[in-house]
Design a protein around this ligand. Structure first.
Ligand code: ASP
Length: 320
């Protein structure tokens, strides 16, 4: 790949995404949402914009789409509230910003970006993050803005249990889809960036924080190796320090992005001890310093799209 070309990839969550459970109409809607989001990022990169701005723009678009579990359409906690997490990292100077447990920020990824660029901190949570948002002009909305009937039905289905789920669907069988969103990009100057945003898991305890806002777990970027945005059962991704583990395998063991992802997603994740009998699952998108893209998962599907400069948009939902 030529040195001055750009690439971008996005995801809308991994999980039990089966063609047999998808209607043609629904599939079309998901594909269209992914196409629109990647095009927003592409336009920025095409006119010489930065990777970090492209990932924020693409993730913002996905947060605004209620199909996905981030921003509008976020899942409910056990207490019937929304607590959203997001983070961003740029690979040139290893700058990062993250927020956890915000409930009135229209686009948590914009707040994470503001933490990175307009504060001395990396990670703000809850009320403090909301107060910071007010000082930097980040849009706040009422908590009802995030609620959808579909997510409420999901919560009601399991609210009386101890179970937490990450799915789009109210039935146990199809409760394995994740709707977290993310983007990774390489700009024309060779800079990498990654951004991830989520509503977390349905029926989670209030105060629970997943992997998404944790730098090195759900998000990581370093121009020397790769940018990663993950989706999946966050507790496992935190324990596996997944995003950084891939970077480390590339830097210290000279693995390619593809090899490192294969090791982490298909071997290391499943070696972590199970939680209530279930093993960690999920996936990630990654881009290396040369612009090569990986979109890998150990679930039946992951909403995803990729684009390399001059090429066509590649959109996928299921295992190939
Ligand atoms: N990783 C997210 C979390 O555990 C959930 C997801 O990817 O859907 O909060």
């Amino acid at each position: 790949m030529a040195q001055n070309t750009f690439s971008i990839a996005i995801h809308g969550g991994a999980g039990t995404i089966l063609k047999s459970q998808m209607t043609e109409q629904k599939e079309k809607i998901y594909r269209e949402a992914l196409r629109e989001a990647i095009l927003v990022g592409k336009e920025i990169l095409e006119r010489g914009g930065k990777a970090k701005d492209a990932v924020v723009a693409a993730v913002t678009m996905l947060e605004n789409c209620e199909l996905f579990n981030a921003g509008k359409g976020s899942v409910f906690t056990h207490n019937e509230t929304h607590e959203m997490d997001a983070s961003i990292m740029e690979g040139e100077l290893l700058r990062a910003g993250a927020v956890a447990g915000v409930s009135r920020i229209k686009n948590p990824i914009k707040l994470a970006h503001a933490v990175m660029t307009q504060s001395q901190h990396v990670f703000l949570m809850g009320e403090g993050a909301e107060a910071f948002a007010a000082t930097v002009g980040i849009e706040r909305v009422s908590t009802e803005y995030f609620s959808t009937d579909f997510r409420r039905a999901q919560l009601i289905a399991i609210q009386n249990s101890e179970k937490t789920i990450l799915d789009h669907s109210p039935t146990e069988e199809t409760n394995k889809k994740r709707g977290t969103v993310g983007a990774v990009a390489r700009d024309r100057y060779g800079n990498l960036a990654a951004a991830t945003s989520t509503g977390g898991m349905t029926n989670k305890r209030f105060g629970r924080v997943g992997d998404t806002p944790i730098i090195g777990a759900g998000t990581y970027a370093n121009n020397q190796c790769c940018a990663i945005s993950a989706t999946g059962w966050g507790e496992f991704f935190i324990r596996g320090v997944v995003a950084y583990d891939i970077a480390a395998l590339m830097m210290y063991k000279n693995h390619t992005l593809k090899e490192a992802t294969q090791i982490v997603i298909h071997q290391k994740l499943s070696m972590l001890s199970p939680i209530q009998g279930e093993y960690g699952d999920g996936g990630l998108i990654g881009i290396d310093y040369q612009g090569n893209i990986v979109m890998d998962f150990n679930t039946s599907g992951m909403y995803r799209a990729a684009l390399r400069e001059g090429g066509a948009i590649e959109i996928g939902l299921y295992q190939e």
